[in-house]
Design a protein around this ligand. Sequence first.
Ligand SMILES: [Zn+2]
Length: 68
Amino acid sequence: MFHCPYCKQPAHTRTSRYVSENLKQRYHQCTSLECSATFRTSETLDGVIRQPAMPENAVALLTAGETP
Ligand SMILES: [Zn+2]
């Protein structure tokens, strides 16, 4: 759930897609009938708290500003 950047009301996720393995885009629609803004957000993996005991695949982390 994300808040509308215009009216600050909650917005529902309508659809989402993976752009790459660690980057997901979500499309949101504002729940306010008078606003009804639609917008997109990006979700990235930006930190690992603890790696698996036996990781099978290394995970590449990107910092802000880098492109996949
Ligand atoms: Zn809104």
